[in-house]
Design a protein around this ligand. Structure first.
Ligand SMILES: Cc1cc2nc3c(=O)[nH]c(=O)nc-3n(C[C@H](O)[C@H](O)[C@H](O)COP(=O)(O)OP(=O)(O)OC[C@H]3O[C@@H](n4cnc5c(N)ncnc54)[C@H](O)[C@@H]3O)c2cc1C
Length: 388
């Protein structure tokens, strides 16, 4: 067993940490107030050569992501970004997951046409499956429809939570083929941001937390998508368990934000004069241990992906995500207790982290995650993509 990061992983970990300290943290309050994607922070990540973190080396990327040689690398970027700006971390997480999928599933023509824009010009890719009421209907049961017409498809529907909605060049949109049922009839499309009939509802994002992870509603009214912009085969999303490939980068966000809170406390408690208090020491130690426990589970899960044991990786990624959520909940409970109410002005760094982390925990269903692991151990049917 070797717990050390590779030289390249360590260098990128440190590079993003430096960007976080010098750029992301000082800008976080202004981005929260503006409620739009932190485009300047994303540009720093682009200039650092990280937009292709989940694209194959043979196509000019860094070969990260669950299906390439270095699954941990993009997780380190997401974790270190969340430590300073959770909204920027959610934004880059979406780009990493969707550009990985495009890289793996895309046709040679799609790759040749779209990937250079990501690598050389900083184009961003998002992905929107969510739509109002989806949780109750089931993950793949969408009301957005795709109708086959001459030379392509017509998309109609109402989406919500389109992260990167104001800056993405490509919107990856999921729909169900008219007259067919999910998951077999579920199909994914690459839609340019400027496509006719695609409308971002600009004022539909006004949230309690992660306010700068701008994720507005979308309206699709007869959006024509040519056949060449269909991503993958019908039913491919469920069949290849794409949702499971994102578990670890959610976990990386929970860990990174927990670290941000921990950093705050290590700086604040001595200044406040309470570092000698045995309860403060106890609670801080609990937070450290919980966050470390989650981190090593995430890193081990990344190692399972790297080893190519997909079934084990998918399942253990659920364990790791669960533990990262559980640890984050402990941090959310303990941190305000030892910081005290004086640290919790509405515009304080700690308040912002608590809001962002609590909100991001709603993105995934922790109970369903544990129940899935339970089903597996009872020999029952289980679905590693269950996340809502
Ligand atoms: C910051 C953020 C960014 C996001 N970005 C994206 C994105 O880029 N792309 C994308 O596709 N999606 C995105 N999502 C959406 C996410 O994947 C979920 O679809 C969305 O959060 C679900 O809506 P909701 O949180 O309002 O929960 P609801 O759908 O209102 O569900 C509320 C709760 O009901 C419970 N519940 C479980 N089963 C049922 C049931 N059968 N009936 C009723 N309730 C049930 C769940 O525990 C759930 O917590 C994002 C979400 C967040 C918070």
């Amino acid at each position: 067993m070797n717990f050390a990061l590779t030289e390249r992983q360590q260098a990128i970990h440190d590079q993003v940490g430096e960007l976080g300290r010098t750029c992301f943290a000082p800008r976080a309050a202004a981005h929260e107030a503006a409620g739009r994607t932190p485009a300047d922070n994303l540009d720093e990540l682009f200039k650092a050569g990280l937009f292709g973190a989940t694209i194959a080396a043979e196509r000019g990327g860094l070969d990260g992501g669950p299906l390439h040689s270095d699954p941990l690398l993009p997780l380190l970027v997401v974790e270190q970004t969340a430590r300073y700006c959770p909204s920027t971390a959610q934004s880059i997480h979406i780009h990493f997951n969707l550009s990985h999928r495009l890289d793996v599933v895309g046709t040679p023509e799609q790759r040749a046409r779209i990937l250079p824009g990501i690598l050389k010009h900083g184009h961003l890719v998002n992905g929107t499956a969510s739509e109002p009421g989806r949780t109750a209907r089931g993950l793949y049961n969408l009301q957005t429809t795709a109708e086959k017409v001459d030379g392509g498809w017509l998309l109609n529907g109402h989406k919500n939570y389109a992260t990167l909605g104001d800056v993405a060049r490509w919107f990856t949109i999921s729909a169900v083929i008219k007259g067919q049922k999910a998951p077999e009839g579920h199909l994914t499309f690459l839609v340019p941001a400027k496509a006719e009939g695609l409308r971002v509802i600009a004022d539909s994002w006004n949230t309690y937390g992660l306010r700068a992870a701008y994720s507005p509603d979308l309206l699709l009214e007869n959006v024509f998508v040519p056949d060449r912009d269909v991503l993958g085969e019908p039913g491919e999303t469920a069949r290849n368990k794409w949702q499971a490939k994102a578990h670890l980068s959610f976990a990386a966000q929970y860990i990174g934000s927990s670290e941000g809170i921990f950093d705050f406390l290590v700086d604040y408690l001595p200044k406040r004069g309470t570092a000698g208090d045995s309860y403060a020491q106890l609670r801080l130690g609990e937070m450290r241990i919980a966050t470390d426990a989650a981190r090593w589970m995430v890193y081990r899960a990344a190692w399972l992906w790297q080893a190519g044991d997909l079934a084990a990786a998918e399942l253990f990624s659920m364990n790791a995500k669960y533990q990262a959520m559980e640890s984050a909940r402990l941090v959310i409970d303990r941190a305000p207790q030892i910081a005290g109410s004086s640290a919790l002005a509405a515009d304080s760094v700690l308040s912002r982290f608590l809001r962002d982390l609590r909100y991001q925990l709603l993105h995934e269903n922790q109970d369903k995650t544990a129940a899935t692991v339970g089903k597996y151990h009872l020999g029952q049917n289980f679905d590693v993509t269950a996340r809502l």
